[in-house]
Design a protein around this ligand. Structure first.
Ligand SMILES: *[C@@H]1O[C@H](CO)[C@@H](O)[C@H](O)[C@H]1NC(C)=O
Ligand SMILES: CC(=O)N[C@H]1CO[C@H](CO)[C@@H](O)[C@@H]1O
Length: 423
């Protein structure tokens, strides 16, 4: 008798348990993400204004309470909390709830870079863009050949565009003394300065400093993400960096910072000072001078953001402030009479023309470009985002990095465990 009562009790428990479970799952406020059918992916390639259907995933880009929550959830460098919720659905083919921003990837490459850029595209697609389908602009000083276009178009999940750089953006301006420039190259070759004798490297640095954002194809966008051949992304990116930038009023971003090779920029700071004197109206209040200079602007400490990775705002680069800055530097000839890189040029500009809060450190974007790695310090973050980098390789806290200085200037707390990664 007691036995059968118990059995009935069990059956009733099980029955109500199932009913309750049924109500919980069917009334859940989290909608299941739609599995995008293949027509959506095809549509993304062919139709620029394609609207992404909403999904229920929980990345910052789809936070339902809008901007406030986004601000709260954006990557907080120095905190151990992950920027994005695990957001596993983001990496499982769900498309972002709120659609794409007016943004593109941009790559400067030669035809011979095909397989190295194919590698980079694969990284970016696997870790991020297959869920977003952003466009990709390829730029070259020569025509891209059919093979390059065929392979890259097949790899990119968004639309691809191919542009040839105008001669005047990839040649010596008429105010440059050719003999003087040649003598410098010969001297640098003798002193074994990396790329010191290269003409094309100089054209590239000048192009990235002053012209890529004014290319006709780039005029169609507000945001860019620069990708170079042979880079790696080590973690899933379960949020949209463009959206983080836009919604937090950021203009420029970095993952790695370091000291520039002084021999390549002996007089860049003289030109920057000349610019500051000539255009005081362009200098932002609350800028990052403290990060660039240890003596209040008298001299440059050579800190710069490593610009082979950048997510940034093109309208800022197209602003009078930036153009005046670039032209002041360009006129002084240092792209050819020295070997100014676009990294110190972009960095000094960002440091002087932007408020320091307008510059974003993307701790969540784990990145490698020979020879440096950015790998999130927080183990929680690395596990949640399926990171494949060795934390020992993280460059952030090593002696040659300027990221400690960045944290100090911003008053940001360094993540737990950073002391163990100092060397
Ligand atoms: C994207 O941004 C560019 C540059 O600001 C602008 O000219 C263009 O109209 C924008 N496109 C869309 C679809 O908003
Ligand atoms: C929040 C959310 O929608 N989570 C879903 C992510 O995808 C897995 C597997 O498809 C589902 O089980 C979750 O419910």
């Amino acid at each position: 008798m007691a036995g059968s009562t118990r059995i009935i009790r069990y059956v009733l428990f099980a029955f109500f348990g199932i009913i309750i479970l049924f109500f919980i799952t069917s009334s859940s406020s989290i909608p299941k993400p739609p599995i995008p059918d293949s027509s959506i992916f095809k549509g993304a390639k062919g139709n620029k204004n394609h609207n992404d259907p909403s999904s229920g995933h929980t990345s910052p880009s789809s936070a339902s309470s809008g901007e406030q929550r986004l601000v709260d959830e954006r990557p907080a460098p120095g905190s151990a909390a992950p920027a994005a919720a695990p957001a596993s659905n983001v990496t499982m083919g769900a498309v972002p709830a709120t659609g794409r921003l007016n943004a593109t990837f941009v790559t400067l490459a030669r035809n011979s870079d095909l397989w190295d850029i194919a590698d980079s595209i694969r990284q970016v697609e696997d870790r991020f863009n297959r869920n977003y389908h952003y466009d990709w602009v390829f730029l070259n000083d020569r025509e891209f050949d059919d093979d390059f276009k065929k392979v890259t178009t097949a790899l990119v999940s968004g639309k691809t565009h191919y542009g040839t750089i105008a001669k005047e953006h990839w040649s010596f301006p008429d105010f440059i003394d050719q003999d003087k420039a040649k003598a410098v190259r010969e001297d640098m070759a003798e002193r074994k300065i990396i790329y010191g004798d290269s003409i094309s490297y100089r054209h590239m640095c000048r192009f990235e400093s002053g012209f890529f954002f004014r290319q006709p194809l780039m005029q169609n966008y507000e945001w860019y993400w620069r990708v170079e051949p042979s880079v790696k992304l080590y973690c899933d990116i379960g949020f949209d960096p463009f959206r983080v930038m836009a919604e937090n009023k950021k203009k420029y971003s970095f993952v790695i910072s370091l000291y520039e090779y002084a021999e390549t920029i002996p007089t860049i700071w003289d030109s920057a000072k000349k610019f500051m004197k000539q255009y005081p109206e362009h200098i932002a209040e609350g800028n990052s001078m403290k990060w660039l200079s240890d003596d209040n602007g008298e001299s440059y400490n050579h800190c710069h953001f490593w610009s082979n990775f950048e997510v940034g705002n093109l309208n800022w680069l197209r602003s009078d402030a930036y153009i005046d800055f670039f032209e002041t530097l360009d006129r002084d000839g240092g792209f050819f009479y020295e070997r100014w890189g676009d990294a110190p040029v972009h960095s000094i500009a960002a440091g002087l023309l932007l408020k320091k809060e307008e510059i974003q450190f993307f701790d969540d974007i784990a990145y490698w470009h020979v020879p440096f790695t950015h790998c999130p310090t927080s183990e929680k973050k690395r596990l949640e985002n399926k990171c494949a980098c060795n934390p020992k390789d993280n460059f952030d806290w090593k002696g040659y990095s300027c990221t400690t200085r960045w944290f100090d200037m911003m008053g940001m707390e360094k993540p737990a465990g950073y002391q163990d990664q100092k060397d």
